[in-house]
Ligand binder design. Structure first.
Ligand code: VGL
Ligand code: ZN
Length: 206
């Protein structure tokens, strides 16, 4: 694909807690940083998302006595995977990776800041209906095509890509700029769901 002037690079959750040594480390997560930096230099529009939870967030296993991390509980909005405490507002783990080039970023969308609901997608919280405001921003700016990279392929990238398609945006995911958590086949099912939704999966952009 060729990058056009009105294309957006949407960089998902390239934060310390998702990188090696972090609280919810994704294997090789920091390997996305040089790829994202190279891409960011080629887009006229770059938006970042930042997972941004209050302490005691309802997606943390520690908020559910007796429940283990990586188990699933039922929440009013549907099933919710429980995670180790991560990306707590203002902590070093919630900060962007120190090598991530952020100077050309025009907007940072923080998500997951409401204690009672998690938010994987850059567009909607996990009820799939409470908007973050990103779609309105993109529409008002006339940006209709989105290229995504970041962490993690099978959670926040996956849900962001599905919602982008549902909202009518042309959507591509650059796989060399993503890494997965991959729990119980989640990468394979996320890949299939993205393809079925019309998300274009590319290895890199030449
Ligand atoms: C993410 C799990 C919990 C992600 C965020 O960025 O993919 N995954 N919070
Ligand atoms: Zn989170």
């Amino acid at each position: 694909m060729k990058i056009e002037r009105d294309d957006l690079l949407l960089v998902i959750d390239v934060q310390n807690d998702f990188c090696p040594g972090g609280a919810l480390a994704v294997a090789d997560g920091d390997a996305v940083v040089p790829v994202v930096n190279r891409l960011a230099g080629r887009f006229d529009h770059v938006v970042l998302t930042q997972d941004w939870h209050p302490a005691g967030h309802s997606s943390f296993a520690t908020s559910h006595p007796g429940a283990a991390a990586f188990s699933t509980v039922s929440m009013p909005y549907g099933p919710q995977m429980l995670w180790p405490d991560h990306c707590i507002q203002g902590t070093p783990g919630a900060a962007f990776h120190p090598q991530l080039a952020t100077d050309r970023t025009e907007l940072v969308i923080r998500k997951g800041f409401r204690a009672a609901i998690d938010s994987y997608s850059a567009f909607f919280e996990n009820d799939r209906q409470t908007p973050t405001g990103l779609a309105g921003y993109l529409r008002e700016r006339g940006l209709t095509r989105i290229v995504m990279a970041g962490l993690a392929t099978d959670y926040c990238v996956h849900y962001s890509a599905l919602d982008a398609r549902r909202l009518g945006f042309e959507t591509a995911v650059v796989l060399s700029g993503c890494r997965a958590i991959d729990l119980a086949g989640s990468l394979a099912s996320a890949t299939a769901a993205m393809q079925a939704a019309g998300v274009v999966l590319v290895d890199d952009i030449a």
